[in-house]
Design a binder for this molecule. Structure first.
Ligand code: SF4
Ligand code: SF4
Length: 451
């Protein structure tokens, strides 16, 4: 598959906007309350869900997700005060959230650290018991990646952080000791007989590459190496990263080409679980854009966005667009009364842009730049006709919501938002989409097709 990439030294630049936060310290915010989803990603109630009135500590089990059987643990200590309805940015509608009042004692209970023989079964079981999910935006359960039958030869630790404004990985890497992370990677490699790991970030992040190299040298396992990749968008997406770092491609899953990709923050969380039995509680997020004091903040997941914004001094504009994540992948929020989910890694406040959408020029830009080799304009035409069978054939389910097609559209059409909607409708309306995964892409690479 030919990958289409945006190069920061190419004809199209995506401004980084990282200077607001990349040199600053990480501060700590302890909110009065947090709101943890009481449902899974499909909106189904957690099994064994905790009731209002329960006393909890950091690490108390709050319930178990029905979709993947992953446990959810409390990020703070205190008391469950209520089950309330709040908008879930994953489910897309108001769902039950577990409201926890913070006693600010920070008392924690831990699981048993990883014990016994280092093998795949033990590691997978611990990752599942610990409720580890991808912390780089997707929230996909990590144990599933390691529960593969495919032979894996490489782990990629993804620290590309290609979204504009985001600097959590960069700042965390520079501020903290990473030896526990190295130990965790050694365990993962030993358990699955994996021969190499690369800590991957963009070549332009010189200080980060140097820090990674220092940590690798200090740890001294020759299987762990550092790799700088080209500064392109979307370098942080699995398919792109695997292509840039290893020159490999795959059809459906990275494991098909022998690779597991883990986000940098996720591997740090794995190390805390393996060696200290700690479940995920606080995470570092970048709060930037039109706020008074942009910075990276360590806070418990479940913090309300409005509380986090107040912590950094509030908005600096009366009208602004609020994004949970960076501007390329995230949708604008209608309200800041929403909880931060465990996978959210940024709050970005951008100027409101009044853009007049023009008719489609059929220029093919969205096709030429889609990193998944999709045809967004064709997908959206089919969706407008209500032809979701066609959307399925056009592999709409492969869309990774990277936002590139909207960014390159000269008519300022919200192409990626429409593709996202088409994807949702296809899963509902197209029986084939419910029965089996989408077929492998059939179309020729766009660059070739345009010749
Ligand atoms: S949002 Fe989807 S369709 Fe648009 S460029 Fe990204 S992967 Fe392709
Ligand atoms: S980039 Fe915009 S104008 Fe060009 S084909 Fe795609 S949707 Fe149409």
């Amino acid at each position: 598959m030919l990958l289409h990439l945006f190069s920061s030294d190419g004809c199209t630049k995506i401004p980084g906007h990282k200077e607001q936060t990349e040199e600053g310290e990480i501060s700590f915010f302890d909110p009065e309350k947090v709101y943890v989803p009481g449902v899974d990603n499909k909106g189904l109630p957690l099994d064994s869900r905790v009731e209002a009135g329960a006393e909890v500590k950091v690490g108390t089990l709050l319930g178990v997700r029905k979709d993947f059987g992953v446990p959810i643990y409390s990020p703070i200590s205190g008391k469950v005060s209520a089950i309330v309805k709040k908008k879930s940015t994953v489910v897309g509608r108001p769902v039950d959230f577990i409201e926890i009042e913070n006693d600010k004692k920070g008392e924690r209970i831990t699981l048993r650290p990883l014990e016994g023989e280092i093998n795949q079964a033990n590691v997978v079981a611990k990752l599942k018991e610990g409720g580890i999910v991808g912390l780089g935006g997707a929230g996909f359960p990590t144990f599933i990646k390691y529960n593969t039958k495919d032979p894996i030869d490489t782990i990629l630790v993804n620290a590309a952080e290609c979204e504009p404004y985001l600097t959590t990985d960069y700042v965390t890497c520079l501020k903290y000791d990473l030896q526990d992370m190295m130990k965790a990677l050694k365990v993962l490699m030993d358990a699955l007989n994996i021969k190499q790991t690369f800590l991957v970030t963009k070549l332009e992040k010189v200080k980060m590459l140097e820090k990674f190299q220092q940590e690798v040298d200090k740890f001294g396992d020759p299987r762990i190496k550092v790799k700088g990749i080209k500064s392109v968008y979307p370098a942080g997406f699995e398919r792109t990263m695997i292509s840039l770092a290893l020159n490999r491609t795959y059809d459906k899953l990275p494991s098909q080409c022998g690779v597991i990709v883990n986000n940098f923050a996720t591997v740090l969380a794995i190390s805390r679980l393996f060696f200290y039995g700690e479940t995920i509680s606080n995470k570092v997020i970048t709060i930037s854009g039109l706020v008074k004091n942009p910075q990276n903040v360590s806070l418990p997941y479940g913090t309300l966005v409005k509380d986090a914004i107040n912590y950094v001094g509030g908005y600096t504009a009366e009208k602004a667009s609020l994004l949970l994540g960076g501007p390329m992948c995230s949708e604008c929020q209608m309200s800041d009364d929403v909880p931060l989910l465990i996978q959210n890694d940024a709050i970005t406040v951008t100027p409101v842009k009044t853009i007049r959408e023009e008719p489609c020029l059929h220029c093919g830009n969205c096709i030429a730049h889609c990193p998944m080799n999709l045809m967004p304009v064709e997908i959206n035409d089919a969706a407008r006709r209500g032809d979701f069978d066609k959307c399925f054939d056009l592999n709409v389910l492969e869309c990774v919501n990277c936002g590139t097609c909207s960014f390159v559209c000269p008519s300022h059409i919200e192409v990626s938002g429409q593709v996202k909607q088409a994807k949702l409708m296809t899963t509902i309306k197209c029986p084939r989409a419910q029965r089996k995964p989408a077929p492998a892409p059939k179309k020729e690479p766009a660059a070739e097709a345009k010749k």
